[in-house]
Design a protein around this ligand. Structure first.
Ligand code: 16G
Ligand code: ZN
Length: 527
């Protein structure tokens, strides 16, 4: 059809650098922004095809998340706001690397039997990187959609949200930023009405915006919060560099506050990453000791809150928590044995957790690094709404049902969302009258250590059991097992990184010395 002819002309403006190979992986495409123009144009083409193929709106987000400012990248968003189906990731890689673009394009059209006269609709968004304006224009050049929409600056989860709203005809909300803020903030305000004796101090929260898009969007949202949450914004992009010495990844990896942060003992702090799909909390105690509340602590807080409400509401809905192998053993133990919720382990990467979570009535999923959200099945949502409207129930049930209903509305179910997670966490702490120290004290993290190991070929390592055990090279897992047996409360695993050319080693044990020693010994056993 027309599109192919158009592509021939346009692609001359977006030449592929010779010898460059890109890979569309767990985090989409990501590399130095200098090398991405052709890939952006081509992903605009792919989004158009995906839209015709699904007969729905598709999203394209230009961002490299927590990577340095010099990098950029892109992710495609499927109709319900989830990440693009794995089957199409392969097309993305093929298209990004094709020397003969038209042939690959025609191949995809044929294989997927795409009706080229079908309308396309693509939403495009970008983060605050200096290269994002130029690269999102390249995407738009590739989008030959009749009804494309350029959202400009948005967080990654905001674009996921817009796509879902658009494809569910308003059932999920309005596909505008104002619609997003209204839905989340109204739910937040309703939730906090259930917090008795909330003091002004408890309404204060310090947010590290990683000098990125999250900071901008928190500012935009502020008036919707009606002072029920009073945010002090740091690293708002006015001075510092994106993700540099700040942000969720820095805080999690370094186990310390963003550089230059003056922390007051006992106060709550949180950090977003560069595209605001990750969040971690932290505080210092009266001795000046730093405490991190990561994705595991967040999942515990959320799942406990939900389980208690479902019990109060008398609803027979099961709560599950989906984690990865990196989840601290104490969190898994607490969830299984004290909270008695179902715990599942999924492979690293948000799409795997999201997929596993879809099996349950109510599922909280989080990676330790702070990416996560809550999913409610359609049936669960229906039961909750029915109960909330039932005139014949007692006050306790009514309160629980209404809280659950507002919880559904405060959550962005399409993907982990720092802003939405923050509002939900703040609401839980307010309703429970819980301080950040009390939240932290729910369980104590086991000391742990992560190491990177350089090997000749990381693909020689194959894993099973959600990456917790290696099946090759032969004998390696046996060695790891015998090392683990030397220590108390110990656990260790080895997996090839999906984002770097290295192998990652994780170890935990009863003391930091033991965890360090175990990680070291296991890293020597990797080959
Ligand atoms: C990607 C994933 C992140 C995961 C990380 C692991 C998404 C959006 N991002 O950044 O969730 O934690 O990869 O990296 O899925 P690794 O394979 O190098 O350990
Ligand atoms: Zn991110």
């Amino acid at each position: 059809g027309d599109m192919v002819g158009e592509v021939e002309k346009q692609s001359i403006m977006h030449p592929k650098p010779p010898g460059l190979t890109l890979h569309y992986g767990t985090a989409g495409l990501r590399t130095n922004a200098k090398h991405l123009d052709h890939a952006m144009f081509r992903m605009g083409l792919l989004a158009t095809l995906r839209s015709k193929n699904t007969k729905a709106t598709i999203g394209v987000m230009v961002t490299a998340s927590h990577n340095p400012e010099e990098d950029n990248g892109l992710k495609l968003i499927d109709p319900m706001g989830e990440m693009m189906a794995p089957a199409w990731e392969h097309y993305a890689t093929q298209l990004a690397n094709a020397d003969d673009l038209l042939t690959v394009l025609k191949d995809i059209i044929e294989k997927e039997a795409i009706n080229m006269s079908q309308e396309a609709n693509v939403f495009v968004g970008k983060d605050t990187r200096s290269s994002s304006a130029r690269l999102s224009q390249a995407v738009l050049d590739g989008v030959s959609a009749l009804d494309g929409h350029n959202y400009g600056l948005v967080t990654t989860p905001q674009l996921h949200y817009m796509v879902r709203c658009q494809n569910t005809k308003g059932k999920y909300g309005e596909a505008t930023l104002d619609g997003y803020y209204s839905k989340l903030c109204q739910a937040f305000i309703q939730l906090t009405k259930n917090a008795s004796n909330r003091t002004d101090d408890q309404k204060l929260l310090s947010v590290d915006g990683a000098n990125g898009i999250g900071a901008l969007k928190v500012r935009e949202m502020e008036s919707h919060l009606k002072k029920e949450l009073q945010i002090s914004l740091f690293n708002d992009g006015s001075q510092g560099k994106l993700n540099y010495q700040c942000g969720a990844d820095f805080v999690k990896v370094q186990q310390k506050p963003p550089t230059g942060f003056k922390m007051n003992p006992g106060e709550r702090y949180c950090s977003f990453d560069g595209d605001a799909d990750r969040i971690v909390y932290y505080y210092t105690d009266s001795e000046g000791q730093f405490h991190l509340l990561d994705g595991d602590k967040i999942a515990t807080l959320m799942s406990t809150f939900l389980k208690e409400l479902l019990e109060q509401a008398g609803l027979n809905l099961k709560v599950a928590v989906v984690q990865t192998a990196y989840a601290n053993g104490s969190s898994t133990h607490y969830l299984e044995n004290t909270m008695k919720v179902i715990v599942r382990c999924a492979k690293t990467g948000v799409k795997h957790l999201h997929h596993a979570a879809q099996e349950f009535d109510v599922a909280v999923y989080f990676e330790s690094n702070g990416h996560g959200t809550v999913l409610f099945s359609e049936a669960a949502e229906e039961k909750i709404c029915q109960l909330a409207e039932d005139p014949n129930i007692n006050d306790e049930k009514k309160r629980a049902a209404l809280l659950l209903q507002n919880t559904i509305n405060v959550i962005n179910q399409t993907v982990g969302d720092a802003i939405s997670d923050m509002l939900f966490i703040e609401a839980i702490l307010a309703i429970k009258g819980m301080s950040v120290q009390q939240w932290d004290a729910v369980y104590a993290d086991l000391p742990n250590r992560q190491l990177k190991v350089k090997v000749a070929d990381r693909r020689a390592i194959d894993t099973t059991d959600a990456e917790r055990r290696a099946v090759s090279p032969p004998g390696m897992q046996d060695t790891v097992d015998s090392l683990v047996n030397k220590y108390k409360q110990a656990r260790s695993f080895v997996r090839p990184s999906g984002t770097e050319d290295i192998v990652r080693v994780y170890a935990e044990a009863d003391t930091q010395e033991s965890a360090d020693a175990l990680a070291h010994e296991v890293s020597l056993a990797v080959y």
